[in-house]
Design a protein. Structure first.
Lengths: 494, 494
């Protein structure tokens, strides 16, 4: 892949003078159209050899285009905050929103290549990371992002010549650092790795563009034209995807509804047992969450359940044992404008706790395969791929030390009716019951099916679901506390 | 102030059972009304003695109220990221937006008191900090926030009794930590300080409420009722303030317009001098920004100027010398929905660089005293108090090591017309000229007056304005680079 970018592409001054103003105008217009369309975003991941001109090209693009709709983000060494979270977290939090163009300098490929060249990761981990990156790139493009990966290249001689030229001119001498020469000495060693990584990570949805960097005019025009094409593509995508795909994907397991129906909802815990168990397990949870070794972990609790199943009350019994500085509760409602302008998982990535922290999600990323599926807020294609995306997301969390505990709270249809009516009668509880709740109740069967599919497809060994019989609140709360305590104790024992 | 909270306030079970449901309902309704009004926010700063029941009360409030509109934030030890920025930064970034209720646990008063008790700050600094807090609280309430400061108190005997009671019950033993007893031993020493700080920081806009914490029912009902009153007050504030206050404040300096008019806009730099000066000063800037001692500083550049004065081009000549990982450029346009829901300075606080970082503001917080003043987007009261708020903001930045360099780029009316017309003719520059520009041009004199007032009132010793004669772009760019280099060199010499 690299050879074709080592042959000395050039563009003459005259051609450049003719082409540049046309390209600028087209890029500007494309930017406005993209912004109005609300499609995209377009993300440029800029990689390549040192001194190849990545930075200069990024500067040129921001000079050409309207700075309100384009943003360059350069990544340096990881901060403490970033080190305490999964590797991809720092990229997720600054993803450009729809309608915009983003340029990432020194993003995930640079980190990967540098780590391998320096011997920090071996071949097996290189493969694992490449797969993980591939999964993320697939998801981002599925969510509408247009991803351009540029490798700005120089041949070995060219790189040497460029470094010498910069150094010999007193006006540009400062641009050459010791790191640049260090990178140069590793050129031959690195070349094979570059080839391999580029080859293996060039996919249909996110191909690499290798651009020779030696001639500034060639480099800028080439990147600019590819960008223009990509923005035009992004604009032309129809904003309104079909409500249903031609062939709805079949659920994997036919008749798995037993999962829920077989729950023994008559399970009860007497008041006396509850009164002694509650402080007992709260005490255990308090100790475990203050344990030395918890500093290497984080705790992520997911509460999902039928309306009126008692999620809020259960959450409060958990937080009652926790230090307020250590946890946050995140109630998930309809996404905000900003959240809708980002890929689906973005708003959950933002809330990923640092090691030593606890995040409690009152409803969660499972909304996509529950309410969004049942209410047809997204197409079957979208919620079908969500299972994989979610498993992938949770794997990243667990790999980084998170303990992910997920609860589904189930009550019977009769119990729900009883609670709805009770809520309507108690003045300070009426806020908990809305027309939505009655509407959802009518779709009981469809929700049941969605829940069973969800548990079936996302109850993994690393992040299993716990189904909670919740007709009796005391039973439910103690089961939840016990489960958290057991999972924590097991994780901290290792 | 504290004695009245050491006398054993109590509420009977019967009274509580009668009062609680009424209060809950009223709080919920008030929450919805507040949310709809878009007023507020209401912020509770919860302080007090250890084990006084602050946490329990916060939990009770979130249990009573709709969790979607209330958020508790507990502050722990400062992270690396927080330590690298001014002390108030971590509070600014999580301020609740309008329409919401926020509860801050262990916020600025706790930090202040703990630091003083531990001897980390002396009396003089205590006074300085209290003044700084007072300034911030004044600004927040000026911007519509309703600020409630609670001190949950216990007498010395009560605290001791409470700790013993918790410890002797195996179910609550875990709640008492070594820190709690340590705090208890410092009770007598701390009491005087609490009195003093509460007295000196209780202001008309943000008074303290001292609440006895021993009786849970009394504590919860009291805090709940005060909160209810505060939300009701917040709702009743008229959303639309009068466009003009009855007596517009007079500008401090009459006829200071000379400041701008006296600039020698004919200043020119020949091309040859420019070609040698540009790399020279870029080189110096590059070296200084990579200097060891810069790690203790940050650089904040503010670019303001007449339309078409060449801000963008000047910014690019500066960033050309910088490492992309070290700086961010922040173009300031009309505020987003989220930004409008926060105090004016919030969106700038968010962008404050960590030490070692550089932030370049292309337009800035001076919008309030320029465009917002001239276009009457805010009342004279608001922009008049902005001068003080801005000076205060910049002082915080400088105290934390920031070097704040502010440029006003001035061109003549004739030069502006020439540039507007040229832009309209160049296809890729037409995006830079909008109907707004022509409209602003008609208000040339009003802007001139606003600029002179601004420079007059906010050119301080720690953050002076540099007026840049910008009819000649070469002169302007070199003057800007030189100024930055000199300010940096001076700061790093110390």
């Amino acid at each position: 892949m690299l050879e074709s970018a080592e042959i000395g592409h050039k563009i003459s001054k005259a051609v450049y003078a003719r082409e540049e103003p046309k390209l600028r105008e087209a890029l500007l217009n494309a930017q406005y159209d993209l912004s109005r369309s609300g499609n995209g975003p377009v993300l440029l991941v800029m990689s390549g050899v040192e001194s190849g001109g990545r930075g200069e090209t990024a500067n040129k693009l921001t000079e050409w285009m309207d700075p309100r709709f384009i943003r360059v983000i350069a990544f340096g060494p990881r901060t403490q905050e970033e080190l305490a979270r999964p590797p991809m977290w720092r990229y997720w939090r600054v993803l450009p929103p729809r309608g915009r163009v983003g340029i990432f300098m020194n993003a995930w490929y640079n980190e990967l290549l540098t780590s391998h060249v320096q011997g920090a990761i071996d071949d097996a981990r290189l493969v694992t990371y490449m797969q993980a990156i591939g999964g993320t790139e697939q998801m981002l493009t599925d969510e509408g992002m247009v991803l351009l990966k540029f490798w700005i290249h120089l041949s070995k001689q060219e790189q040497k010549a460029r470094l010498h030229a910069l150094e010999s001119d007193p006006r540009t001498k400062w641009q050459v650092t010791r790191d640049d020469w260090r990178a140069f000495r590793l050129y031959s060693k690195s070349h094979q790795l570059w080839e391999r990584v580029l080859r293996e990570t060039s996919t249909g949805v996110a191909p690499w563009y290798v651009v020779e960097g030696a001639d500034e005019r060639y480099r800028n025009l080439t990147v600019g034209k590819i960008l223009l094409g990509a923005i035009s593509n992004a604009i032309s995508v129809k904003a309104t995807a079909p409500k249903r795909s031609p062939t709805p994907p079949a659920p994997s397991v036919i008749d798995n509804i037993k999962l829920i129906r077989d729950l023994d909802l008559t399970k009860k815990l007497p008041e006396k047992a509850y009164e002694s168990n509650l402080p007992k397990y709260q005490g255990k949870l308090a100790k475990l969450s203050r344990h030395n070794r918890f500093a290497d972990h984080s705790l992520i609790l997911v509460f999902e359940g039928v309306d009126a199943a008692g999620k809020g009350g259960a959450v409060r019994r958990v937080t009652g044992a926790l230090d307020a500085r250590q946890y946050v509760t995140v109630p998930i409602a309809a996404p905000t404008e900003e959240e809708r302008a980002h890929p689906y998982l973005w708003r959950f990535w933002r809330q990923v706790p640092a090691r030593g922290g606890i995040t409690i999600f009152d409803r969660s990323w499972y909304g996509r395969v529950l309410v969004e599926r049942v209410e047809e807020l997204c197409t079957p294609n979208v919620w079908m791929r969500a299972y994989e995306e979610i498993n992938d997301f949770e794997e990243r969390l667990v790999q980084n030390g998170a303990i992910v505990v997920k609860f589904w709270l189930q009550i019977s249809k009769a119990e729900q009716l009883r609670r709805f009516k009770a809520r309507e009668k108690t003045s300070f509880k009426t806020f908990k019951i809305t027309p939505d709740d009655w509407r959802n109740r009518k779709k009981w069967d469809a929700y049941e099916e969605a829940v069973c599919d969800m548990v079936d497809r996302t109850s993994t060994e690393i992040a299993p679901w716990t189904l909670v019989e919740a007709d009796d609140k005391r039973h439910a709360r103690i089961k939840i506390l016990k489960t958290i305590v057991n999972r924590l104790a097991r994780a901290l024992k290792r």
